[in-house]
Design a protein around this ligand. Structure first.
Ligand code: NAD
Length: 366
């Protein structure tokens, strides 16, 4: 462990406390001075199956920031897999450094060897700062890689499945709020028309929703406007714009103490990860403002279902039918939240936890 990490965490005892608080099983520090590799693999929970989650490469300000990120992200993957009925645990990895300057074949293959050394307890995939080509390098050193391009036998781009699951979660939310799951005529604002957002717009237009789109890049907006009749709103005005449904499909943490009171939407249902800036504060705040929040890790799980399908050899039809189940799960979460008087986020976490506990018991020897 580096002096920097010790200095930022105080002592190694505090480091174990930090890890223990979130309930991780194992945290692996991977170091290779020859290639400059500094990576952390977080294995949160493997009760339901091997820990699966992408590898993120990011120029973190310090090692503590990287550690916190991997701990939070890997824990989130546990809940996502559990609530989706998948036999997977939660894991994630981060490589510290600027992908533009530090990334090369040797570093990636060295990291692949570390993944391999875990013998399948952790399965990796693509995340921020990694590309398909990078995953090919990892795959040279380990078979525990998923989310590979179709040409390498993988399931390819997960975004259409993610968008479909998000759409299902949105329809379930409409059912809860309006009594009908039809989105016809509903004003839906899609923030970020990248891979998932653009696919979501296709589905919404097909259902005759009134779609507003917003993105920070004109080149993302242009093809959507050329394809569909949609209105464009600026990134600055989206949070206050009159709308029925807000679909965050860009970055996380857009629901905070400033934005929630201004939001006109009755429903938040989008694909972005970690939409609540602080789930303990902003989950209840959404509720107080009469906003139904469809938990992100539940409705954006289509991408994880896609890689799970790759591991299980499923075809596209099975994967999409799993994503369709997000509709029923979302409704049951809303019912549970209402019955127990808790936020939808908490209800979803409780249901995920319950599955881990009950399935964990049947795994014990007879
Ligand atoms: P992407 O990078 O293709 O698209 C994101 C888009 O958001 C880009 O077009 C970007 O320009 C835009 N954007 C960034 N900041 C913005 C802002 N302030 N206002 C408006 N637009 C902004 O990413 P993606 O694959 O479409 O994923 C979108 C979100 O969904 C991410 O948070 C991702 O973590 C999450 N997610 C994606 C998948 C998947 O299958 N791709 C699965 C689960 C979760």
């Amino acid at each position: 462990m580096s002096e920097e990490l010790l200095a930022t965490t105080g002592s190694s005892v505090e480091l174990f406390e930090e890890v223990g608080k979130m309930g991780h099983e194992q945290v692996v520090f991977c170091s290779d001075p020859d290639t400059g590799l500094k990576a952390i693999i977080g294995i949160h929970n493997t009760v339901l199956g091997p820990a699966l989650g992408g590898t993120r490469m990011w120029p973190y300000n310090d090692e503590r920031e990287a550690l916190i990120d991997v701990l939070r992200l890997s824990r989130g993957m546990t809940f996502k897999a559990a609530i989706s009925g998948l036999n997977l645990g939660g894991g994630k990895a981060v490589i510290i450094g600027d992908p533009k300057s530090l990334k090369n074949e040797a570093l990636l293959r060295r990291f692949g060897k570390f993944v391999d050394s875990l013998g399948g307890r952790y399965i990796t995939a693509e995340d921020v700062g990694m590309s398909e080509k990078d995953m090919e390098y990892l795959a040279m050193e380990t078979e525990h890689v998923t989310g590979l391009p179709e040409k390498l036998g993988g399931a390819g781009d997960p975004s259409p499945v993610t968008a479909y699951g998000t759409y299902m979660g949105m329809k379930a939310s409409a059912k809860k709020v309006y009594g009908s799951d039809s989105l016809e005529g509903k004003v839906v604002a899609v923030q970020g028309v990248g891979h998932v957002g653009a696919n979501l717009v296709d589905l919404l237009i097909k259902e005759n929703a009134t779609v507003l789109v917003s993105d920070i890049f004109k080149e993302k907006i242009d093809p959507v406007v050329a394809k569909h009749k949609v209105d464009v709103i600026s990134p600055q005005e989206i949070m206050e714009y009159p709308m029925d449904i807000y679909a965050p499909c860009a970055l996380g943490a857009t629901l905070d103490s400033d934005s929630i009171p201004k939001l006109k939407a009755k429903i938040v249902a989008g694909a972005a990860n970690n939409q609540l800036a602080d789930e303990d504060i902003h989950g209840p705040m959404c509720r107080e403002h009469g906003i139904l929040y469809a938990p992100d890790f539940l409705i954006n799980a289509g991408g994880l279902m896609n890689v799970y399908g790759e591991l299980m050899g499923y075809d596209n039809e099975i994967i999409f039918s799993k994503a369709e189940n997000i509709y029923d799960t979302t409704l049951s979460i809303f019912d549970l939240a209402e019955k127990e008087g808790v936020t939808t986020q908490l209800a979803a976490m409780k249901l995920a936890q319950k599955r881990i506990e009950s399935v964990g018991k049947i795994k014990l020897p007879l």
